[in-house]
Design a protein around this ligand. Structure first.
Ligand code: FMN
Ligand code: SF4
Ligand code: SF4
Length: 415
């Protein structure tokens, strides 16, 4: 039976599933309910100098049955006083000593960072997360993503924290950069014990066509916000793999971004994370989703004869290579199962107008057929087909050896 107990950069927790710093971790009341529900850890809603929030503050992109496929917010850090937060942190730590309680922070001066670290460590917290990610409101004041986007400042502020903190320090990175390795390596140089990623992505979710105002609206105006939820998972997985595959980057990674199910969490472990954090899915469905995360990942480990999530660490990331390293002689073509086909002909339209004109319709049948000699194996027809496993991509054995671009005769280097 798999053991989910986790030691992430020295932070111990009963399992690797943590709440991300966000509305679900706003109060001690919520975090205690989450721990009762089974969450292994929680990152407290970011503490900092006083702010005021606007109303309204969220908007979403809905798709089909998912009302929060992408969630956008223009909320800032905690709007409650430091004293109230510290009192509740103390209570949570006393009542739940075995769960990981990490304090997210965002301050301007070294003195403010140090003061908060001392006060939190006195309460027995398990670690700190430095919020270098907020893409709105705080960055205009030189904090949040303004720090995450500037490696020099990222390193300097991280070193202010690590020179004072005796507990592990996680740097939370912003995805609003071209190369995630730069701030990650800066955090490493600053003495961080781990990083977490991703925070939210700059976004405007849509426009109300009646009022012609962008969403969410505040007295007829709006502001760009931070995007998260299932829509951002592919971006998070890619950034995670970039760090996992960077030989100069050595720190553990807490994966964040669109995690909703145990399958999502497992994908983050396979890409190199050793703990994961969740926000939108909890805002959508509540703390109870942790039951699915725990049982699903546990069963998956058992099925694969693995003992711990660290056994999954980075297995898929290693298979993510530069395009130049892929085998140009490998070939697949589409195959339609006529028994499963419902004759909707979506595959025909997609290939005819949007791909390689490699699906034909015969006069006496509504079931399309693949023109195997021209099919390039792009996958499009299998992606649009509404019937599960109706179109499969089948490998064509060519007996040719692996051929990469560097050795290909069409490479201009050989001409
Ligand atoms: C309404 C809202 C408020 C957030 N506030 C914070 C915050 O105070 N500090 C922080 O580090 N991240 C904050 N986040 C970002 C989340 O912690 C998380 O990084 C992001 O939502 C991606 O995870 P998800 O896709 O599971 O939501 C906030 C997210 C939302 C939706
Ligand atoms: S999309 Fe799928 S179900 Fe529809 S015609 Fe093509 S193979 Fe058949
Ligand atoms: S795999 Fe691409 S090229 Fe081949 S039939 Fe399907 S859509 Fe057409």
């Amino acid at each position: 039976m798999a053991n989910l107990e986790t030691n992430f950069a020295g932070i111990k927790s009963p399992n690797p599933f943590w709440l991300a710093s966000a509305p679900p971790t706003n109060t001690g009341y919520q975090i205690m309910n989450a721990f009762r529900a089974g969450w292994g850890g929680a990152v407290w809603k970011t503490l900092g100098t006083p702010i005021v929030n606007v109303s309204s503050r969220y908007s979403a992109v809905s798709y089909k049955n998912n009302k929060l496929m992408g969630l956008n917010n223009i909320e800032l850090i905690t709007d409650r006083s430091l004293e109230v937060n510290l009192k509740e942190i103390k209570e949570v730590k006393e009542k739940f000593p075995k769960n990981a309680l990490i304090i997210s922070m965002m301050f301007e001066t070294k003195e403010e960072w140090h003061d908060c670290i001392i006060r939190c460590e006195d309460l027995g917290v398990d670690g700190f997360e430095l919020n270098y990610g907020c893409p709105h409101g705080m960055c205009e004041r030189g904090m949040g993503s303004a720090v995450g986007q500037n490696p020099e400042v990222c390193e300097r502020i991280t070193s202010w924290v690590t020179e004072k903190a005796t507990k592990p320090v996680i740097v939370k990175l912003t995805p609003n950069v071209t190369d995630i390795s730069k701030p990650a390596l800066a955090a490493q140089r600053g003495g961080a014990n781990a990083v977490s990623l991703i925070n939210t992505i700059n976004s405007v979710t849509g426009i109300n066509l009646t009022t012609m105002e962008p969403n969410p609206t505040v007295a007829g105006q709006s502001s760009h916000g931070g995007y998260c939820g299932p829509a951002v998972k592919p971006i998070a997985l890619n950034m995670l793999a970039e760090l996992t595959n960077n030989p100069n980057f050595k720190l553990p990674i807490s994966g964040i971004g669109g995690i909703e199910t145990w399958q999502d969490a497992t994908e983050f472990f396979l890409m190199g994370a050793t703990s994961v954090q969740v926000c939108t899915a909890v805002m959508h469905y509540g703390f109870r989703i942790v039951t699915d995360l725990i049982s699903g990942v546990s069963n998956y480990l058992d099925l694969n004869n693995m003992k711990h999530v660290t056994d999954l660490k980075g297995i898929a990331a290693k298979k993510l290579r530069k395009w130049e390293e892929l085998d140009l002689n490998y070939k697949v073509i589409a195959h339609i199962d006529p028994e499963k086909c419902i004759s909707c002909q979506l595959c025909y339209i997609a290939c005819e107008d949007g791909a390689h004109q490699s699906i034909a319709l015969l006069p006496d049948s509504r079931i399309p057929i693949i023109k195997e000699d021209t099919c390039v194996g792009c996958n499009l027809c299998s992606l649009v087909c509404p019937v599960e496993s109706c179109i499969s991509m089948v490998e064509v054995k060519t007996k040719k050896k692996k051929l990469v671009w560097a050795n290909h005769p069409a490479n201009p280097a050989h001409i």
